[in-house]
Design a protein. Structure first.
Length: 391
């Protein structure tokens, strides 16, 4: 077995990003940028008032000032501010030449004859100067960033309506198991409904991607072979749940070898999800996940997401942070790194949920995070610190 960290390094070293394409910015959310973005102008492009008030000269603060014009946002100042003068100005408007600060309207007394008087001893500048935020030519966004709404604002600000991104991977999902039936079926004795298929499709969907569900395949060697061949024909990535362990009917590892795949990962020192497979043949990849649904879910989060994002040109590292645990945690076996579903409560603590093992799918229903337990640790006391990653 290898560690999770070693498994992630293998994935990083053995996946090449897909080709690129140009798409409209308004449909680019969750896509990965394939080019750096530079600014075509200064931000702001002029000295800008950051609040409503009066643009004037610092040297005139203790004098009555004559208002020479009003400058709404979007209007160009018509006059230069000379000694003894000021201009009424609105937030976002260009500060006129000659003025070197904007005094807040709340700090002004209105006098007769279009004059004002500053009523305090000191004022902040209240001006965002030309190029203070960004200068023309500055690199705004690095290649490899996942596009979020906040990036759209930057792209719009520099006039970009199209960007180059990495293509989406074409993903297929297969569930294996002679005991598995589809959710719409009523299981007979010895059967269970397929929960992994919908779960994996949903996990892919939350990444802003789609997956083709290829259905259930029984634990029959020829049928598994045919289903894998059908899936890899038109997809970059095949995700298989079940059939990846060392049982008599776990045919997936042997079949992948026969089809010319290199099995780069076969077991991980992780609980749940010890039997997780990563295989490669040219630019086609297979992620084999355990059949138990909690194992499948967790290893998709831990291994699957970095794999998929790497195909899209992004180096993915999940958000992890430390919190206190709300109760005592115990376990018997400590030989493996373990991840369990927990709930971050309103007090910001990791709250333990009922969890009976990797087949207990209800344990995920109220979880909003995964808690990490290092190898060698058999007890964590209430109030001690643990690492979690949000879901």
């Amino acid at each position: 077995m290898i560690t999770t960290e070693a498994a992630l390094k293998i994935i990083e070293d053995n996946i090449s990003p897909l080709e690129t394409e140009v798409i409209a910015c308004d449909i680019s959310i969750n896509r990965v940028l394939a080019e750096p973005i530079f600014s075509d102008m200064d931000f702001p492009p002029f000295n800008k008032a950051i609040m409503d008030g009066y643009a004037c000269r610092k040297s005139d603060l203790n004098k009555p000032l004559t208002v020479i014009e009003e400058i709404p946002a979007g209007n160009v100042p018509k006059n230069q501010v000379c000694p003894g003068q000021c201009a009424r100005i609105m937030t976002g408007a260009e500060v006129p030449v000659g003025a070197d600060l904007v005094i807040m309207k709340e700090d002004v007394k209105i006098l007769d004859n279009q004059q004002i008087l500053f009523t305090r001893e000191y004022s902040d500048t209240n001006i965002c100067f030309t190029g203070e935020d960004v200068k023309s030519g500055d690199r705004l966004i690095e290649e490899g960033i996942i596009i979020k709404p906040e990036h759209l604002a930057l792209l719009a600000g520099v006039g970009r309506t199209e960007i180059k991104v990495y293509k989406k991977p074409s993903i297929a999902v297969i569930s294996t198991g002679s005991e598995i039936v589809e959710p719409e079926c009523t299981p007979t004795r010895g059967q269970i409904r397929n929960s992994n298929g919908p779960q994996l499709i949903g996990q892919v969907y939350t990444m802003g991607l789609e997956a083709d569900y290829m259905g259930i395949v029984q634990d029959v060697r020829d049928k598994v072979t045919d289903k894998i061949l059908s899936a890899i024909k038109d997809h970059n990535l095949l995700i298989i749940s079940g059939g990846v362990s060392v049982g008599d009917y776990d045919y997936v590892p042997e079949i992948l070898k026969e089809l010319g795949f290199d099995l780069l990962i076969t077991t991980i020192s992780s609980k749940p999800g010890k039997h997780t497979i990563f295989a490669k043949k040219g630019n086609c990849y297979v992620l084999g996940l355990p059949g138990n649904p909690v194992s499948s879910f967790i290893q998709f989060e831990v291994i699957g997401k970095p794999l998929i994002y790497k195909l899209m040109g992004h180096d993915y590292w999940p958000l992890r942070f430390s919190v206190k645990i709300s109760g005592e945690f115990k376990r018997r076996n400590t030989d493996r790194f373990e991840i369990i579903p927990v709930k971050i409560n309103r007090q910001g603590e990791a709250e333990l949920l009922p969890y009976h093992g990797s087949a207990h799918i209800q344990s995920l229903a109220y979880a909003n995070a995964l808690m990490e337990i290092p190898a060698g640790i058999n007890k964590i006391n209430k109030g001690e610190t643990v690492y979690v990653r949000p879901l």
